[in-house]
Write a protein that binds this ligand. Structure first.
Ligand code: UDP
Length: 485
């Protein structure tokens, strides 16, 4: 192990996909700039679209961390065609372990700390082998962390499928989780996805600490429960570091294009941005209702459209970037593009989301509530229309709409059936036109300010990261002492 007088060297591990890699890259940058760590990021490659590769490239700038891409292992013999995204990610990360181990051993400077994401918790054994400290970075929020570490307990006490329960699932000290809001791996207790999730729920508390992409003022109650030995602290034994919001920072202004020229001409906070993350797709019927609902709302919009899926509300994570640039193949309603020519912009597949959300003309975000998107919306003071599709997004939507008050949502979950054009029109107008929208806008701006305070010197996230550095050093010293005995 290296001498303690040298710089700490953190090795970060990211699973495939922009939504996973971007927060890891941003965390890496903060470890370099605020704590003066050396950082090496191991990213397991995914075969995503060129647009997504671009966003990853831009998130890598400035080049503060060394990023090493690990080739995606061949898992074709290990998972069937029906395997869920979460299973695929866990299996990929499991099979990538030998490559990670050998890549770490060939680093010029040995690492002192290892930080893995949710799907990489099995690689914590490598940190144990190296006798370095080991952390998990939950790129989502504290309520999700609470459910994840409590799932081994729920597994013992709940009979039958979670989705069939008559009452919400109690998590000590936290808002209960409604059966219809459970995360994807909990939808089927016999599926491998569930067992993989259970395993991560057991592994997270065995780390030396958990970094979570939230901040004290956003989720005070949940964080207190996670730290309380009489509540969730019983299972979440490791310390928690609230290091959020960690969001991508805006790059240098690029050359203007048609989209931004159009946004520049719109009144302040008058445009609703519609996008469902890197993986969200809609059924043909839902796509039609969304188009007509946007049109009926009579509000300006920018919509990132993907070719429809066959199943309602299905988010096909690994293929969502597919589809050509020709909008005629996207099955939009007849005449929609012509009728909305002056009020809306339809962008195929992918758009520079952060740049759009930070544009002064944007006043609402119709979103799948992925946690990166949610944080990008909050940090730009943009209220949301919640349209959760997959992963932990139903919990995110419930938290945003019912606990924090930053979003409106539909009566019925979009994954439960088609939400009609009238309701879509009403949701858009509630945020963009009606008095209710002003209240939400004020609230989101207040939360935005609290997020800014969290990262100022002496703020809660700033302090949490400094504390993490101290704890790393203490653990390092202890392990070195034990080794020298
Ligand atoms: N994103 C983007 N353009 C798009 C779609 C997504 O820039 O057209 C970015 C978005 O800004 C965010 C990330 O991709 O940083 C999506 O992460 P999130 O957690 O919101 O959702 P996921 O894709 O993981 O479901």
């Amino acid at each position: 192990m290296q001498s303690l007088t040298t710089k700490p060297h953190a090795v970060l591990l990211s699973s495939p996909g922009a939504g996973h890699l971007i927060p890891v890259l941003e965390l890496g940058k903060r470890l370099v700039t605020l704590l003066n760590f050396d950082v090496t990021i191991f990213a397991v490659a995914s075969h995503k679209s060129a647009a997504e590769s671009d966003i990853i490239q831009s998130a890598m700038r400035p080049n503060l961390c060394e990023v090493i891409e690990l080739p995606p292992p061949d898992i074709s013999a290990l998972v069937g065609p029906e395997a869920k995204v979460g299973t695929i990610l866990r299996v990929i990360m499991r099979e990538a372990k030998p490559a990670l181990r050998s890549a770490i051993s060939s680093l010029k400077s040995p690492p002192t700390v290892m930080i893995v994401d949710l799907f990489g918790t099995e690689s914590l054994v490598i940190a144990e082998e190296l006798e370095i400290s080991k952390y998990v970075f939950i790129a989502s929020h504290a309520w999700f962390l609470a459910l994840s570490v409590y799932i081994p307990t729920l597994d013992k006490i709940v009979q039958g499928e979670y989705v069939d329960q008559k009452e919400p699932l109690d998590i000590p000290g936290c808002m209960p989780v409604r059966p219809e809001d459970v995360v994807d791996p909990m939808l089927d207790r016999n599926d491998q996805h569930y067992f993989e999730y259970l395993r991560s729920g057991e592994e997270i508390p065995l780390s030396d600490g958990v970094l979570v992409n939230t901040w004290k003022d956003l989720q005070p109650k949940t964080l207190a429960a996670l730290r309380d030995d009489k509540l969730l602290g019983r299972v979440m034994k490791a310390p928690i570091y609230t290091v959020g919001p960690i969001v991508r920072s805006l790059g240098p202004a690029g050359s203007k294009n048609e989209l931004f020229d159009w946004l520049d001409k719109q009144p302040s906070e008058s445009v609703v941005f519609v996008s469902f993350g890197s993986g969200g797709t809609l059924s043909t019927e839902q796509l039609t209702e969304l188009a007509l609902g946007l049109e009926l709302s009579q509000q300006r919009f920018v919509w990132v459209v993907r070719p429809p899926t066959v199943k309602t509300g299905d988010g096909s994570f690994f293929t969502a970037g597919n589809g050509g640039d020709d909008l005629s193949s996207y099955l939009l309603p007849e005449g929609f593009l012509t009728r909305t020519h002056h009020t809306g912009m339809v962008v195929p597949k992918w758009a520079p989301q952060l740049e759009i959300l930070s544009h002064p003309s944007v006043g609402g975000f119709f979103s799948h509530c992925g946690w990166n998107s949610t944080l990008e919306s909050i940090t730009n003071g943009v209220p949301m229309i919640a349209w959760p599709l997959y992963a932990e997004q139903k919990m995110n939507a419930t938290m945003l709409a019912e606990e924090v008050g930053l979003a409106v949502r539909s009566e019925k979950l979009p994954t439960k059936g088609v939400v009609g054009r009238e309701e879509i029109k009403c949701m858009v107008r509630r945020v963009m036109v009606e008095e209710e929208g002003n209240g939400i806008r004020n609230k989101v701006k207040e939360i935005k300010r609290s997020a800014e305070r969290a990262w100022k010197e002496g703020g809660s996230s700033y302090n949490a990261l400094s504390l993490l550095a101290k704890q790393c050093e203490i653990i390092c010293k202890q392990r070195q002492k034990m080794k020298n005995l």
